[in-house]
Ligand binder design. Structure first.
Ligand SMILES: NC(=O)c1ccc[n+]([C@@H]2O[C@H](COP(=O)([O-])OP(=O)(O)OC[C@H]3O[C@@H](n4cnc5c(N)ncnc54)[C@H](OP(=O)(O)O)[C@@H]3O)[C@@H](O)[C@H]2O)c1
Length: 323
């Protein structure tokens, strides 16, 4: 079967190989899923670079998000049957034609969820919901809270802006380019501010939800957060962590990280099912729909990865492992 493999860490464009792999039968409690569409997310590429080498075992097949159809079931599986459309989660491995996964890590897709929505229903919607929950735990009600969202031009940034509007929060989307600022002000509720190396002038907020990291995040922590505020980091698109000096300079704020994988591996199946139910509702209403820039056949992985690295990319890229 068509598959991919990372055998050594490095630039994803060199380190991810297209390979011909053996198709294996599901063991007890497992199912085989024919992957229909899978997403390229920043979180798929970061482990390839070796950034999390302490918790990444080589070799591995990338791909944390996507959906497919159950083709075979192992002994003892009663919750799923061949033909069921599922979202397999809990580990990487979606960037291949067939995937073996424990049945308990597969979640049934409602029939009306279309293919591109199904391929993007997990990582960003569930993380956005967890980020809003973390803010609620800090503040209680979010109405009128001033909340800054960095990298607001990203897929998850757009979801956060819409969720915050729904909570009645006073959200500011922070973007790095005029082009994104213009697009965001047309598409999303809330204010839009330009900020790249330095914080947007005059910005004062009660909370920051950050996916950029580096000196920019440090500047936001030091200069824009009100005393008693909270800073939640969930990504590092700049490739640089938030400086410890900035965090230590603000003993009056609460700093935390939020990683979906930590939540998923501790939440329990019923909580994850409840989160998926919210994701499917959000996909039906358009709240969680991701703009799709292009769908590539897996055989053109090189072109897909080059497009992913293009700063002019305008939306998510999906991979079809069937071709
Ligand atoms: N913690 C978790 O569990 C978790 C879960 C989901 C996502 N994330 C993180 O969320 C972030 C966004 O993910 P996504 O899937 O939404 O990505 P995406 O849709 O691919 O969006 C990337 C966008 O972010 C903006 N961007 C990239 N680098 C930037 C930088 N250095 N400074 C400011 N903006 C930058 C760019 O927008 P413009 O150039 O158009 O402004 C780019 O188009 C990633 O860091 C990802 O790892 C974390």
């Amino acid at each position: 079967m068509r598959s991919t493999l990372v055998s050594q860490f490095g630039d994803p464009r060199q380190a991810i190989a297209l390979v011909d792999a053996d198709r294996v039968a599901p063991g007890p409690g497992e199912v085989e899923v024919a992957v229909a569409l899978t997403a390229i997310n920043p979180s798929d590429l970061i482990p390839v670079t070796g950034a999390y080498s302490a918790r990444t075992t080589l070799p591995f097949v990338p791909g944390f998000e996507g959906f497919g159809t159950v083709t075979r079931i192992g002994a003892g599986v009663i919750s799923l049957k061949p033909g069921d459309r599922v979202v397999p989660i809990g580990a990487s491995g979606l960037w291949q034609e067939y995937l073996i996964r424990p049945a308990e890590w597969c979640f049934i897709l409602p029939d009306e969820i279309g293919e591109t929505d199904a391929a993007t229903c997990y990582v960003n919607p569930l993380t956005a919901l967890q980020l809003i929950e973390a803010l609620r735990q800090h503040f209680g009600l979010l109405a009128r809270r001033r909340i800054g969202v960095t990298a607001a031009g990203s897929a998850i940034g757009g979801m956060l802006m819409k969720l915050l509007a729904g909570e009645g929060a006073d959200a500011t989307g922070i973007v790095r380019s005029q082009r994104s600022a213009e697009r965001l002000s047309l598409e999303f509720p809330g204010r839009v501010a330009l900020g790249d190396e330095r914080h947007p002038p005059g910005l004062r907020v009660d909370a920051i939800i950050d996916a950029v990291g580096g000196p920019f995040a440090g500047d936001l922590i030091v200069r824009t957060l009100e005393p008693g505020g909270t800073f939640i980091q969930y990504g590092a698109l700049s490739g640089v962590p938030v400086s410890q000096a900035a965090i230590q300079a603000r003993a009056d704020i609460h700093f935390s990280f939020l990683w979906l994988r930590t939540w998923v591996h501790s939440a329990g199946r019923s909580s994850i099912e409840a989160a998926f139910a919210k994701s499917f509702d959000g996909l039906r209403s358009g709240l969680f729909s991701s703009r799709i820039a292009e769908i590539y056949p897996l055989s053109r992985l090189d072109a897909a990865l080059a497009h992913q690295a293009d700063p002019g990319r305008d939306g998510k890229l999906l991979i079809d492992p069937r071709c």
